[in-house]
Design a protein around this ligand. Structure first.
Ligand code: 5AD
Ligand code: SF4
Length: 475
């Protein structure tokens, strides 16, 4: 039994991080554990979690489990959770009600949770007290131990909790079952050291650890060989890539080397304005296969609130950076994250956020109401703004963001743009769907033979969230 501890999770040690290439092992007898049995993994949250979900699925398949479509068919159920806001928590606890119910009629089903919520002391305490039917819990630092934990759960028939608060080494040999055949997530770093005052991530994901660039490039080369068209380099704060390594090899060098593999499309998320260098902008501008799309979280347009958030930039320096990027990469699409109702946010602070949004006219934005996370400094800040006002601000912000999103999309009407066709459209199964280089979702009238290809698409209609188009030709 190993339960998480917030004080430990907050610490940052200078202990060296090792790269381990043989840490993940499945013993011979465990390789047969899942023969004839099914698993169901439900993932919540960000791309990092999605990618962890791909690792978890591959590990379960290494143990001979087969994936199934619904929780009801499964012998092993795993919820891969997100802790970023209260509503992510509520969704998981809501779903657990269904799991409990299912286990009452099928007691042999094994159910567990993992991911960011599992790293939270308060959550694990609640699970131990109120969710005794859950069979196992593991965290973000020990995914590779899943075979052992699962086996132990079965053998002991007691609740197993195995969550480390301190991050471990980088494990390079965890298998992956990719969701798409055409685009792939590639981790470039783990954890975050920024400690923005509202954010739980530095506690749930540990200190910043960059992967070796040789390993990242080898993975991209392999993906390219397998026919992948697109990679998205993943990290909580990708622009800080390499700062924790001794070599002078940073994000601009990594982007250059990844682009030089010749893979058709390179993306990266998430950027923090603090570490966005001129060299990075130059590299993005220079390479056609680095997509002209930047997600640059603003969080607030008020320098006073940004300071309280611990964001390390001001409204002015953010605007300067954004304009610099727009000048150097003229066709670049811009998206952002914004939090309204941070403790102490006044009407005037909120107006400043609207000013920035009006000036930059984002292609789209993810907008949130501040959600206090236990253990973070912002959760203890005095907050006297009523929820109704915060909801009003969110509505005003969303209306403005949507107006700009539609205006940005309108510029695409009748234009021909490159789209990677990656699947069947959700709104109409006679259509394919894909994304432009600038990350616009397009539903496309196209023959199925174009699936997995980057094609020229003429945009025939635009909406706020998506566009319609038809194939002109393959590029
Ligand atoms: N409350 C509201 N939004 C948050 N985010 C992170 N932490 C919180 C929180 N406590 C938002 C930020 C971040 C995005 C991933 O989630 O905008 O960029
Ligand atoms: Fe959270 Fe800030 Fe790190 Fe992003 S940079 S993960 S918002 S602490």
């Amino acid at each position: 039994m190993q339960i998480p501890n917030l004080t430990e999770a907050k610490k940052r040690s200078n202990q060296e991080i090792f790269i381990k290439t043989d840490e993940y092992i499945v013993k011979e007898d465990l390789k047969k554990l899942g023969i004839g049995k099914h698993y169901f993994v439900k993932t919540y949250g960000c791309q990092m979690n999605e990618h962890d979900g791909e690792n978890i699925k591959a590990i379960l398949e290494d143990m001979s489990f087969t994936e199934c479509e619904t929780m009801e068919e499964a012998d092993v159920i795993l919820l891969n959770t997100c802790a970023i806001r209260e509503n992510a928590h509520n969704k998981v606890f809501g779903y657990l009600g269904r799991v409990k119910h299912l286990k009452e009629s099928k007691p042999n089903v094994i159910a567990g949770i993992c991911g960011c919520m599992a790293q939270e002391e308060v959550v694990v305490e609640e699970i131990m007290k109120k969710h005794k039917y859950l069979d196992f819990v593991f965290g973000t630092h020990n995914i590779h131990e899943l075979p052992m934990i699962l086996n132990h759960t079965i053998e002991t028939k007691s609740q197993q909790i195995q969550v480390y608060s301190k991050e471990g080494d980088i494990i390079e040999n965890i298998p992956v079952k990719r969701t798409s055949q055409y685009k792939a997530w590639v981790n470039i770093m783990y954890g975050c050291d920024k400690f923005c005052t509202y954010c739980i991530v530095p506690y749930t994901r540990g200190k910043q650890r960059s992967r070796r660039h040789e390993d990242i490039i080898a993975e991209v080369n392999e993906l390219k060989k397998e026919g992948y068209q697109e990679v998205t380099l993943l990290g909580q704060n990708v622009n800080a890539y390499g700062k924790d390594l001794s070599e002078d090899y940073r994000m601009e060098h990594l982007l250059t080397d990844v682009a030089n593999t010749g893979i058709a499309r390179v993306r990266f998320v998430t950027s923090h304005p603090w570490d966005f260098t001129d060299e990075m902008i130059d590299v993005i501008a220079a390479y056609d296969n680095i997509m002209p799309y930047i997600h640059l979280p603003l969080q607030s347009g008020s320098s006073r609130i940004l300071k309280l958030m611990g964001r390390r930039y001001t409204k002015e320096s953010y605007l300067e950076l954004a304009h610099k990027i727009k000048e150097r990469i003229p066709n670049c699409a811009f998206t952002t994250d914004i939090i309204v109702g941070f403790p102490g946010e006044t009407e005037a602070d909120f107006e400043e956020t609207l000013e920035v949004v009006n000036e930059l006219k984002y292609d789209s934005a993810f907008t949130f109401i501040f959600s206090p996370r236990v253990g973070t400094p912002a959760a203890k800040m005095e907050d006297d703004t009523p929820l109704s006002i915060k909801e009003e601000r969110l509505q005003i912000l969303n209306n403005l963001v949507n107006q700009h999103a539609l205006e940005a999309n309108q510029k695409y009407l009748n234009k021909v743009v490159p789209v990677l066709l990656e699947g069947i459209s959700e709104k109409n199964d006679q259509l394919l769907m894909g994304y432009t280089d600038t990350m616009k979702l397009v539903n496309v009238k196209a023959d199925a033979k174009w699936l997995g290809k980057i094609v020229n698409v003429k945009i025939t209609d635009v909406k706020t969230w998506s566009m319609d188009g038809e194939v002109v030709e393959e590029i």
